[in-house]
Write a protein that binds this ligand. Structure first.
Ligand code: DOR
Ligand code: ZN
Length: 427
């Protein structure tokens, strides 16, 4: 099976490529990226006027299977990923049962193989049952294919346990992904602690709840020499702590989610429970700092924290609604509209944070179009007009605060291992 993607602007930061080129795919593998490739009998994919990038990688999604299939399952989550332009995702372990042993890791891999749409990598739990009490079977999970460990959704409050988790993870050279939240500070808060929480009378989560844990985990990473990745960075001081740690040579990386560089706490004034997310939407100053962190490289990756929920989970008082945003199908237009078109990131920088950087953090052989790579490719239309419509989401989670928003740009085609797994309607 031969395909040539013709005439697009290829943006492959892993090789410093940014120019009009063709991509030749044969048997699911990238054979060549060059000007004017002519191959006999090849199917032609017309990418004129479009951007051609290595397949996007979302290193932070919740696929909810096993256990919470009413919110999402591996099938619907895979379709949502493909429709969002993603060819690979890494799923968090807060399922039921929790991904805290090799059997559940294998289950995820088996289901991903059956669904056969996008590449799915499992992130194992740090602690058994996400209880924060004793370490999960990390070595077994690693051997079964887990690419990182995290108790995401919850912090590991016990610093001694976090230290040991970092030490073990270093033995397999995988990162610990920190959901940085001191639950004694966040307590039963539901939105950012600040002006809006005061006006609305909703209980606040202070920025410090995140920052003290970012600082702690940076210190533990520095002490152990182990790789630490900070999930969903949302505050100015978190960015600053990570920036300084990187300057000292600490092995820390970080990600930001689209809602944290596009929305402020002001969105909560609507009382729309789709704005309820953990960590919460922060102040305008925090949003600016997250953008600066993305710009100067302090924040390495853009990850959606795709957190689908049912209508019922959100159709309740703000205090009782579930935390989370269904984000994988709006990430590309949000990045284009808020980061690229505003000059915060160049196209190459944005693509880097969506491809090669998350691949490096997870230690997976993805995120590049170098010849010999799996033909995982995303074609993006920077000029498309997008009107977000949650009813058109492939995800079961319709919980998006961006519904009806008008944005610029959209994915155009998603190719996994040389197979077209999604293309925009009308193409
Ligand atoms: O908003 C969130 N939703 N934050 C988390 O940390 C967990 C996630 C979920 O699983 O719904
Ligand atoms: Zn998460």
């Amino acid at each position: 099976m031969k395909k040539v993607i013709k005439g697009g602007k290829v943006v492959d930061p892993s090789r410093g490529i940014c120019g009009i080129m063709d991509v030749y795919i044969c048997n699911g593998i990238v054979k060549a990226v060059d000007k004017n490739i002519e191959v006999e009998d090849a199917e032609i994919i017309n990418a004129y006027g479009k951007i051609v990038t290595p397949g996007l990688i979302d290193m932070h999604v919740h696929l909810r299977e096993p256990g919470f299939e009413a919110k999402e399952d591996i099938e619907s989550g895979s379709r949502a990923a493909a429709a969002g332009g993603y060819t690979s995702v890494a799923c968090m372990p807060n399922t039921n049962p929790v991904i805290d042993n090799k059997t559940v890791v294998r289950f995820i891999k088996d289901r991903a193989r059956e669904v056969h749409k996008v590449n799915i990598y499992a992130i194992g739990a740090i602690t058994k049952g996400l209880k924060g009490e004793e370490l999960a079977e990390m070595a077994d999970m690693r051997a079964a294919g887990a690419v990182a460990f995290s108790d995401d959704g919850k912090p590991v409050m016990n610093s001694g346990l976090m230290r040991r988790a970092l030490e073990y993870a270093a033995m397999f050279d995988v990162p610990i992904i920190s959901h940085s939240e001191d639950t004694n500070l966040s307590a039963d808060g539901v939105i950012n602690e600040g002006r809006v929480s005061a006006v609305l009378g909703l209980k606040g989560i202070p920025a410090a709840a995140e920052e003290v844990m970012v600082a702690r985990d940076v210190i533990l990473s520095e002490m152990t020499g182990s790789r630490l990745h900070i999930a969903h960075v949302s505050t100015k001081r978190s960015v600053e702590i990570i920036r300084r740690a990187k300057e000292r040579g600490v092995k820390v990386t970080a990600e930001a989610a689209p809602h944290h560089f596009t929305l402020t706490e002001d969105s909560v004034m609507s009382f729309d429970t789709n704005t309820k997310v953990n960590p919460p939407l922060r102040s305008a100053e925090d949003v600016e700092a997250v953008k600066q962190g993305l710009k100067d490289g302090t924040i390495d990756a853009i990850a959606t924290d795709h957190a689908p929920h049912t209508y019922e989970d959100k159709d309740t008082e703000y205090d009782n609604a579930a935390f989370g945003i269904s984000g994988i199908e709006t990430a590309v237009p949000l990045v284009i509209t808020y980061l690229i078109n505003t000059g915060v990131l160049t196209l190459s920088q944005a693509v880097e944070k969506l491809t090669i950087n998350p691949a490096k953090i997870l230690g997976i052989n993805k995120g590049s179009l170098k010849p010999g790579s799996d033909a995982d490719i995303t074609i993006i239309d920077l000029d498309a007009k997008t009107v977000v419509d949650v009813n058109k989401f492939e995800s079961r989670g319709k919980n998006s605060p961006f519904n009806r928003w008008k944005l610029k740009g959209s994915p155009f085609m998603t190719i996994v291992g040389g197979r077209v797994v999604w293309q925009k309607e009308g193409c």
